[in-house]
Design a binder for this molecule. Structure first.
Ligand code: PMP
Length: 403
């Protein structure tokens, strides 16, 4: 087989469909976020980022940056190996204690990313709980889907956010160990799950609940414990999974739950055992970020204000966006080529960076610009973005694509 010919032909198909991914090259500048440097060949310009998952700008917070710099100077750059063999560090333990406290759980286990935490925990739980069935919301993230698939446990998919469908499907499974896997904030539509109903249904069937709070930790709840904290439900959810890479502004993932559950995952999950641990500096920076957001609501409030302002301005200019209760504002385009074209024009002509979201990240026909306002966006930034969208809306006849 001519492997390269195969690679190129497959990529050409993606290009023809408008689904080929081109990454903008940007450099985040400490202290001036969300303004970043954009590199276009030899040209360097300043653009405003509207698609960052560093939702609160914590990646640039002085406490977080200082913790990282100081720890690198004290402890060096890397962890030195897997935690099993050579990489355990008291900063990992401190971070796990901080995370357990954040969610009101007995323990936490760290992973190198949110993706790995979902993949490793679900693949292990599904494999190591005899005769388990995993009931997965149809909107779940790829990392959960892959983990479940890898576990080889039986899987049942329930309709997105439909707790009645979940109830029916749990009943149909009968007397087997059941794991209900779902998310709090869904990242592409920005919708929030009916958590109380899901928890009650799961409890009624004696199922273990597995909740991904990746897009909610740091963002919701008085201490940033996510939607489960905001709604007073954390103590009724068995396993809460999260990331250190979005609102906390660093990188890494984790699960929290009972001490026995975390020890079980730590002891059997290959995605924990066989990979180099997070650098201690990352652990220190994440700990600083979590501690800050536990006692400060300033960033969350400012962020909410920005979201409300942008939504109101989009409404005033007739730019349709999906209604959601979260901080994520999807502006629907409905066509991959137009979506990419809009994103390019926004960058080139308006100094606005919003990455196009195309298939397979979202279903075909629902291509969109996913906008995430942060506390550091100014009123002038919001006005400029809305002006740009309003102008492009007319120019590119987006309304036709959506209809
Ligand atoms: N879960 C969800 C719902 C996500 O959207 C993502 C990443 N976008 C992840 C898990 C993975 O998190 P991380 O980026 O920390 O790997």
């Amino acid at each position: 087989m001519d492997f390269n010919a195969h690679f190129k032909a497959t990529l050409d198909t993606l290009k023809d469909e408008g689904n080929y991914r081109i990454f903008a090259e940007v450099e985040r500048q400490c202290g001036s976020f969300p303004k970043v440097k954009h590199f276009n060949g030899d040209d360097v310009s300043e653009v405003t980022v509207w698609c960052s998952n560093d939702y609160l700008g914590m990646g640039h917070h002085p406490d977080v940056v200082d913790a990282m710099v100081q720890t690198v100077q004290n402890c060096g750059a890397g962890a030195g190996g897997t935690r099993n063999i050579s990489g355990n560090n008291n900063l990992h333990r401190l971070l796990e204690e901080e995370l357990a406290d954040l969610h009101g759980k007995e323990a936490a286990t760290l992973f190198t990313s949110g993706y790995v935490s979902n993949w490793a925990a679900l693949s292990m739980l599904g494999a190591k709980i005899p005769n388990a069935v995993i009931l997965s919301d149809e909107g779940n993230h790829a990392s959960m889907i892959e983990g479940i698939r890898h576990s080889r446990a039986d899987k049942v998919i329930w309709k997105h956010n439909d707790w009645r469908d979940l109830d029916r499907k749990l009943k149909a499974v009968g007397d087997r160990p059941k794991i209900v896997a779902f998310e709090s904030v869904y990242s592409m539509d920005g919708d929030i799950c009916p958590m109380r109903e899901i928890v009650e249904v799961a409890e009624a069937h004696g199922a273990l609940t597995y909740l991904d709070e990746v897009h909610a930790v740091g963002m919701y709840g008085p201490r940033g414990g996510g939607i489960s904290e905001e709604r007073g439900l954390a103590h009724r959810i068995d396993l809460i999974e999260g990331t250190l890479g979005k609102a906390f502004g660093v990188v890494g993932g984790y699960i929290t739950g009972t001490a026995a559950m975390c020890d079980f995952v730590r002891s059997f999950a290959s995605g924990f055992i066989f990979t180099t641990a997070l650098p201690p500096a990352v652990a220190a920076a994440a700990t600083a970020s979590i501690r800050h957001l536990k006692q400060s609501d300033v960033e969350r409030q400012a962020q909410r204000d920005r979201v409300a302002k942008l939504r109101a301005r989009l409404d005033a200019r007739g730019i349709p966006h999906m209604a959601s209760d979260s901080h994520i504002i999807p502006v629907m385009i409905g066509d991959p080529v137009k979506c990419k074209m809009l994103s390019d024009i926004l960058m080139q002509d308006w100094g606005v960076y919003v990455q196009p979201i195309n298939y397979p990240t979202v279903p075909k026909g629902t291509e969109r610009l996913r906008i995430t306002p942060g506390p550091l966006h100014s009123d002038a930034d919001i006005d400029h973005l809305v002006e740009a969208l309003a102008s492009l809306w007319k120019q590119c006849a987006i309304a036709h694509a959506v209809a």
